[in-house]
Design a protein around this ligand. Sequence first.
Ligand SMILES: C[S@@+](CC[C@H](N)C(=O)[O-])C[C@H]1O[C@@H](n2cnc3c(N)ncnc32)[C@H](O)[C@@H]1O
Length: 231
Amino acid sequence: MSKLEIRKHPKLFEVYVSGPSDNLRLYSKNLIPGHKVYSERLIDYKGIEYREWDPYRSKLAALILENPMSNFLSNTLNCLYLGASSGTTISHLSDIVKDGIIYGIEFAERSIRQLIQNTSNRKNIIPILGDVRYPASYAKSIFNEIDLIYQDVAQPNQAEIAVLNSDYYLKKDGLIILAIKSQSIDSVSKSQEIYKREKEILENADYEILESINIHKYAANHIVLIVKKEN
Ligand SMILES: C[S@@+](CC[C@H](N)C(=O)[O-])C[C@H]1O[C@@H](n2cnc3c(N)ncnc32)[C@H](O)[C@@H]1O
């Protein structure tokens, strides 16, 4: 078996890969060495600890493996993460956005308890118990203008929720990365019609859809949109 070699992702900041380009594995550098957040593999490579990033458990990892053109990561981003769950994806984002803050909103009490337990040693994550349909309700907990909204909530009105939060918190030229699940919106309509409808909601609200990426390979009935706030 060939030895694992970890190298920088060709474009995305603080994302790491191994293997051939048609079968990449993804990693982030562990901000808290020795600590796992879920059941991810920890790998020591040349004295640095990496956390393997599973595209079947993280739609952000799935998006990255589908080669988006946008370069949306940096170390200083302030992020609003809608649907933080127990911490899988937000913890990888926390490895990357070392000098920014990530506000993680989650409304399920069990999940937020796990999120707090899993990420209490990560100083750049602020878990907030809140309902993303009502962005004003968590305004007192958010102290920065937001550069990036990441949304993965599987709610019926996903685009509308993104616009509501963006209007409230996202700065001009900020980005939204929005996972859209077709069945959770309306199981009767066909996926393509649902994606089209959600995109129209964004465009009618004056957002520019930079990319629309199919991640069905990793997450059934999902696409991810990269969206820019124009004004
Ligand atoms: C698909 S999971 C998110 C997984 C997570 N993004 C990850 O990759 O680690 C969706 C999460 O959104 C949460 N959620 C759904 N509707 C919500 C709402 N209205 N407000 C806050 N959280 C919500 C659910 O409780 C669930 O934890």
